[in-house]
Design a protein around this ligand. Structure first.
Ligand code: IMP
Ligand code: MG
Length: 188
């Protein structure tokens, strides 16, 4: 089935491209400062939502760093809710023991997915492990999770674009949009 053009499901633009890019540059400067003296820095992007954020953010991270990607899927809950039971779809390419790891995520919602990912990666004995998320839907948090870098705190609305998908589409949009209230998603 051919998906609708994004204009049909967009209620409003929540964060436009200029605002995104300005905040991401600021985050990059802060990370560069905090990791100024750190060795073995690796940014780990959580696929697929973090791809655009990762590629823009890393251009502003001035300390030498490697990148890697992890793809996980939450199962046991619907498409809009996660359970914290996480399955690794694609593991990291390289070991992270002794590395200063910064996890790059698109959005922290309940926090279930990330808290499991953190536990998983902690077991591999990195030197340090921190989280950087573009969006923080803080009202929906279910587990206590320490997020060091936050791009934007957003209200409890379903968003898409700039890496975030609706049924795998619309990740390419350069802004964060809010989906129309009457748009019904498969909650399979
Ligand atoms: P959590 O485990 O509940 O924190 O779920 C986080 C994941 O749910 C994110 O990595 C996204 O893939 C997805 N997610 C949560 N909220 C949204 C949203 O508003 N739009 C698109 N994906 C979302
Ligand atoms: Mg995700």
């Amino acid at each position: 089935m051919r998906p609708q053009p994004y204009q049909d499901i967009l209620k409003e633009v929540l964060i436009d491209s200029d605002k995104l890019q300005a905040r991401i540059a600021a985050l990059g400067r802060q990370i560069s400062e905090d990791y100024r003296d750190a060795a073995n820095v690796v940014l780990i992007g959580i696929l697929k939502g973090s791809t655009l954020f990762m590629s823009d953010l890393m251009r502003h991270v001035a300390v030498p760093h490697a990148i890697d990607f992890l793809d996980v899927s939450s199962y046991g809950a619907g498409a809009r809710r996660s359970s914290g039971r996480v399955r690794i779809i694609k593991d990291l390419s390289d070991a992270i023991s002794g590395c200063n790891v910064l996890i790059i995520e698109d959005i922290v919602d309940s926090g279930n997915t990330l808290s499991t990912v953190v536990r998983l990666l902690e077991a591999r004995q990195p030197e340090s492990l921190e989280i950087c998320t573009l969006l923080d839907k803080y009202e929906r948090r279910e587990v206590d999770i320490k997020v060091k870098y936050v791009g934007f705190q957003i209200p409890d609305v379903f968003v898409f674009g700039y890496g975030l998908d609706i049924d795998e589409y619309y990740r390419n949009l350069p802004f964060i949009g809010v989906v129309k209230d009457d748009f019904v998603m498969d909650d399979a």
